[in-house]
Design a binder for this molecule. Structure first.
Ligand code: NDP
Length: 448
């Protein structure tokens, strides 16, 4: 990775000291600071006003107890988080993650990235993130409902359409948003559509929101391929994960003429050389809430490999869409060796710093998460617009808006990377492009 500018090194050391043990947060901060050297040389005002130090310190961090009862009447205690990171551009906006690995460091890395991502969308949204170490796997609908109700019984007081607007992330989809919306409505006695996004279509949700992150990531990489006079047509692709982002990434890759041959979950991988059957994956995962291992029972020519490493399957385009740090330096080297020429991050921070270095040196088209997966939050902002207008747009109209937003993000990142002397370096473009708008808004708002 690039060296830190000496003025930024001190700021980074301070972040390490002030946030001990939060390794994912450190990683996310380091990756952004590595891009900002040329920006602070041009605009010393950002340093004088301590914009970067202020950006690295969340405006507010809320940690709370979430007690709930399982179906046998046993009591469980989880921990809930909401980190309201930065509101320079709009109300805090970012998803809720329910996964046993969640702790403050994960929520802070996600919230920090969200600031720049939301800025890149060009929409009026600040950055935040939340969640819990609750594990939804194997829980009944009633248990999920009781947990969501207890979670919202604390969180509601911090939310509002002009204050903080959560959405989904790992382990939080339409079902969970529904239970949380219901509890918010019950406690506040307000039918306030703009308080959560990812809502059901019959009660304030937006068409294309479920598809948005995966479709958007694929659009971003399609633009990056176009710059290289290339396309998805005929490309063999890999998509890790088999959740919301993965499913709609696979779907859009197929629509654009690519062939996705493998996907995964935390237990193993499915390889289907003929091309994945997306209808079956949707049925298994979205309708029946089953595991990807079951796919092989329906297609005899598909192979399930328990504990397999998806990045060892040869491909031309890889779209990591599961979780953070899922591609390490060795995986990145394997991908490049096998002929991969584009990597688009549907997940947040899925590539380790060593992996990013491999992609940069190989000069492949590498779309970092904060640019590539911004279609989800952008469509959440479209949901907020529809709620504010008490309107709902057609699928075609909403998808066209998403496509244009992703083209716009790609163009912005490319233009900035060119301006700063490294055309096609989307890490540089996304970090600088996301930063400048937030920094200028913070300067305009004075010392707060
Ligand atoms: P889902 O919960 O729908 O799916 C997550 C998928 O990733 C599952 O297949 C899950 O497998 C797998 N996974 C999760 N953790 C691990 C792990 N530690 N090791 C291996 N596999 C894992 O989540 P989403 O699809 O919504 O989110 C996926 C990624 O996309 C996350 O990084 C999220 O932050 C990011 N993202 C999501 C957005 C959205 O709109 N939903 C927006 C922008 C980014 P298993 O079932 O075995 O756990």
């Amino acid at each position: 990775m690039a060296q830190l500018d000496e003025k930024l090194e001190g700021i980074y050391q301070d972040v390490l000291k002030r946030n001990p043990g939060e390794v994912e947060f450190h990683q996310a901060v380091q990756e952004v600071l590595e891009s900002l050297g040329p920006v602070i040389s041009k605009n010393p005002e950002y340093l004088e006003r301590k914009i970067i130090e202020r950006l690295c310190e969340p405006e507010r961090q809320i940690i709370f107890r979430v007690p709930w009862q399982d179906d046998k009447g046993q009591v469980h205690i989880n921990r809930g988080f909401r980190v309201e990171f930065n509101s320079a551009l709009g109300p805090y906006k970012g998803g809720l993650r329910f996964h046993p690995s969640v702790y403050l460091g994960i929520i802070k890395f996600l919230g920090f990235e969200q600031i720049f991502k939301n800025s890149l969308t060009g929409m009026p949204i600040g950055g935040g993130k939340g969640g819990s170490d609750f594990d939804p796997k194997g829980k009944s609908d009633d248990e999920i409902m009781r947990f969501c109700q207890s979670f919202m019984t604390e969180l509601y007081r911090h939310l509002g359409e002009h204050t903080d607007v959560p959405a989904g992330d790992i382990g939080v989809g339409g079902r969970e948003i529904g239970y949380m919306f219901g509890q918010y409505k019950r406690i506040t006695n307000r039918w306030e559509a703009g308080v959560l996004t990812g809502k059901g279509l019959k009660w304030g949700g937006s068409l294309v929101r479920p598809e948005a992150t995966g479709y958007g990531a694929t659009y971003f990489i399609n633009e990056a391929l176009k710059v290289r006079k290339n396309s998805f047509e005929g490309k063999t692709c890999l998509v890790s994960g088999s959740g919301n982002v993965a499913i709609y990434t696979i779907e859009k890759i197929h629509q654009l003429g690519g062939k996705c041959v493998a996907c995964s979950d935390s237990n193993g991988i499915i390889v289907h050389e003929k091309g994945l059957d997306i209808g079956l994956i949707k049925q298994l995962k979205e309708v029946e809430r089953r595991r990807i291992a079951d796919y092989a029972a329906y297609h005899k020519d598909a192979k399930y490999i328990p504990g397999g490493n998806i990045w060892e399957v040869p491909c031309q385009v890889a779209m990591p869409s599961a979780t953070q740090n899922e591609i390490n330096g060795k995986d990145a080297a394997t991908l490049v060796k096998n002929g991969c020429t584009a990597v688009g991050e549907g997940a947040n921070m899925p590539t380790t710093p060593e992996g990013i270095k491999v992609f940069m040196e190989a000069k492949i088209a590498y779309g970092p998460g904060k640019a590539c997966n911004a279609g989800g939050v952008a469509t959440s902002a479209l949901e907020m617009q529809q709620n504010a207008q008490r309107d709902s747009w057609s699928f075609e109209e909403t998808e066209k808006k998403l496509e244009n937003i992703m083209k716009g993000i790609h163009k912005l990142c490319y233009t900035i990377s060119d301006e700063y002397g490294d055309p096609g370096n989307y890490v540089l473009g996304a970090n600088i492009g996301g930063f400048i708008k937030v920094a200028d808004a913070m300067v305009a708002h004075g010392l707060i």
